[in-house]
Design a protein around this ligand. Structure first.
Ligand code: SF4
Ligand code: SF4
Length: 435
């Protein structure tokens, strides 16, 4: 019988086994040194206290799957599905683990290899077939708007099954008109440009955020450049492991955004902005798009940083107690935490009160609150407790998904605290209407 060759120093230096399956970017797994410093930043771990619902546990799981030491059974699938892709673990990790990239690829593997039960497939098809298309979403919402006009939402909610009730709660009732920052006179050609992607769900349910983002940029002296054609950023598809369609959307956006010179690119939805920032990676393997995609990613900016960069100031006093929620993809994806706070503190009369766990996910996470209702409710309950404890009149944030999720929970509790996108809050403060 042949004996195994003695290992040489070179062999010892070879860091890893060969992966048996194409589950993740295998080499990236080895950045994790299993220190566990990310655990308390992980919303699912904080709730379940189960190692396999932590970033470290999921990294073990992905490695075992890749090496063929584990089958993708119902248990493994559950732990992967429960991840919010909030990237809180990336912020906490001292070793620079690119967890977001790992879980996206793992979801693609799941998508390729798991046949979901029929009802889940139907639900996922509905989400994928409707949410990236504002016109379809509007048609879906039309009956609900009619029910709202008749004042029958409470009755409908009462009769709806529990699962449907949570979906219904997310859709804001028709509210009083809110202040809109009218675009100021066009800035001259030498002014720095900014292009605002209007998103899909935001455009349908919370379009004031787009208009107020553009209005605030114009007020700060930016030349706001309209997009000719807006398609979904691809976030939903990335969350669901559907890379093919995510790349289709990315190509369309790169073609459109590439037409606007060096104008800064942003969205009222920080989740979309974080996806634009990842286009360079997503299209890196496509020679026709790689350079343009990298250039688009390099132009991604956020509203508060752009406004502070132009010394945007509100002179009107707006007395209000405000707390700030860190939307995951703004804080953990783009690393923007201090700029929105600085902007809020600069408004005369505003008192900014920090909430506990301001950067712990609210459970919205793309379509997570539609697919993982129990965990999403647990997390938004925790978020609402932390908000209420501040005694604030307003919760300000930078992502429409968080707005819908947190506002739904506060409405369920009968709380009067207003949940507002930063751009809408600036418009309100400038108008003085809520003071
Ligand atoms: S992901 Fe980072 S923080 Fe978490 S266990 Fe691995 S090395 Fe430690
Ligand atoms: S992305 Fe969020 S939910 Fe997923 S492992 Fe990291 S911290 Fe936990």
């Amino acid at each position: 019988m042949a004996t195994a060759p003695k290992s040489t120093p070179a062999a010892n230096a070879a860091p890893h086994r060969r992966p048996a399956r194409d589950v993740v970017d295998y080499e990236l797994l080895f950045d994790c040194v299993h220190c566990g410093l990310c655990l308390e930043s992980c919303p699912t771990y904080v709730v379940t206290r189960a190692e396999m619902d932590s970033p470290r546990g999921r990294i073990y799981l992905m490695k075992a799957l890749a090496e063929g030491a584990l089958e993708l059974d119902a248990d493994a699938l559950r732990h992967l599905d429960l991840c919010l892709e909030c990237r809180g673990c990336e912020t906490a990790c001292p070793s620079g683990v690119r967890y977001g990239k790992l879980i996206e690829r793992a979801r693609e593997y799941v998508n390729r290899n798991v046949r979901r039960p029929p009802l889940e497939r139907l639900r996922n098809r509905l989400i994928a077939g409707i949410f990236p298309y504002p016109e379809r979403l509007k048609i879906l919402l039309a009956p609900l708007r009619a029910i709202d006009r008749l004042g029958m939402r409470p009755l409908m909610r009462k009769l709806a099954p529990a699962g449907m009730r949570d979906w219904l709660d997310l859709i804001p009732p028709r509210a009083a008109p809110q202040p809109i920052l009218a675009p100021t006179s066009a800035a001259d050609e030498s002014a720095p440009g900014a292009v605002v992607h209007h998103g899909c769900v935001a455009r349908t349910l919370l379009d004031a955020e787009n208009r107020n983002t553009e209005g605030a940029l114009a007020a700060a002296g930016y030349r706001v450049v309209p997009m000719e054609r807006t398609v979904c950023c691809g976030a939903l598809d990335l969350h669901h492991g559907n890379f093919d369609r995510a790349r289709e959307f990315a190509r369309a956006n790169v073609r459109e955004l590439g037409r606007h010179g060096d104008a800064a690119i942003l969205s009222a939805a920080s989740g979309c902005s974080a996806v634009f920032a990842a286009y360079g990676d997503l299209l890196a393997g496509e020679p026709e798009y790689a350079d343009a995609a990298r250039a688009v990613s390099a132009r991604v900016a956020d509203l508060s940083t752009l406004l502070l960069g132009r010394n945007f100031r509100l002179s009107r006093r707006f007395p209000a107690t405000v707390t700030y929620h860190d939307s995951c993809h703004l804080a953990h994806g783009l690393g923007v935490r201090e700029a929105p706070r600085r902007l809020l503190r600069s408004i005369p009369g505003v008192e900014l009160v920090e909430m506990n766990e301001s950067d712990l996910c609210c459970g919205s996470a793309g379509s997570y609150n539609l697919t993982e209702r129990a965990m999403a409710r647990e997390l938004v309950g925790r978020k609402a407790d932390n908000i209420v404890a501040t005694g604030a009149d307003y919760v300000v944030l930078g992502n429409p998904g968080c707005e819908l999720q947190i506002a739904a929970e506060l409405r369920r509790r009968g709380e009067k605290i207003r949940v507002m996108h930063l751009a809408d809050f600036l418009a309100l403060a400038l108008s003085g209407a809520g003071a």
